[in-house]
Design a protein around this ligand. Sequence first.
Ligand code: SIN
Length: 281
Amino acid sequence: MFEINALSDAVGAEIVGLDLAQPLDDDTFGRVHQAHLDHQVLVFRDQEITPEQHIAFSRRFGDLSGHVYEQFLLSGHPEILKVSNKKTPEGDFVGLNSAGRRWHSDLSYAEIPSLGSLLYALEIPPSGGDTLFNNMYSAYETLPQMTKDRIAGLKAEFLIGSARKYYTENERPALTSEQLASVPSVEHPVVRTHPESGRKALYVNSAHTVRILGIDNAEAEDLLTELTEHSVKPEFVYRHKWQLHDLVFWDNRCCMHIAEPPPEGANRHMHRTTVVGDRPY
Ligand code: SIN
């Protein structure tokens, strides 16, 4: 048996007393699955897991995707993306250093975006480098009825790299033309229905959403700003302060997240798996 302790009023619960290095029986897995649906972000404390065990646990939730930045996939384990500010002796980042520096939902730029991501902390800075998560159900539910009516049925365009202007070349290498061609822009609904809970959640974000379609450009720009600002109000946000060997599993279908940079000179090194979801509707 393990404990489930809520971490905030917004989202998040910590799971204590579960060893993810061991295969989970179906009852235990069912409880974890339900906790994930209930709390949207699960923090598994004190995990000592190998890449194989990280992958095996992630696969219980579905197929895993690679990443367009294939140069940052773990050698021998292409299911794992390295998120890291550590450098090789030649001075190159060993992982995607700037991952998640704008509010986003992982792979929302893909035709079939992600169900959830599982990020495992292998090295953390003494302070800083927090990750913030929000609740996109609450963001949707607290919109004025007039706004809900206005956005009902609207679609938006999503594209990787649409927030590239916020990164320097050193932080985030430009995608090659082949990498770019593998992720053409896609359309998703502004409000999606979670396929398991049946609840509605806002789905636009400031990293990958280019514009809202079907309305005048200036109006669409204002609406996007209004929605993205509303969705990250403090009451919808949980700030995660990492502990070594936390494994955090968030639901990309009803949460966004943003990563704060660690202080200068401090290492932050993580492994991420990404579970494939389904087409938003
Ligand atoms: C991400 O966006 O997946 C990275 C989050 C983090 O580094 O905290």
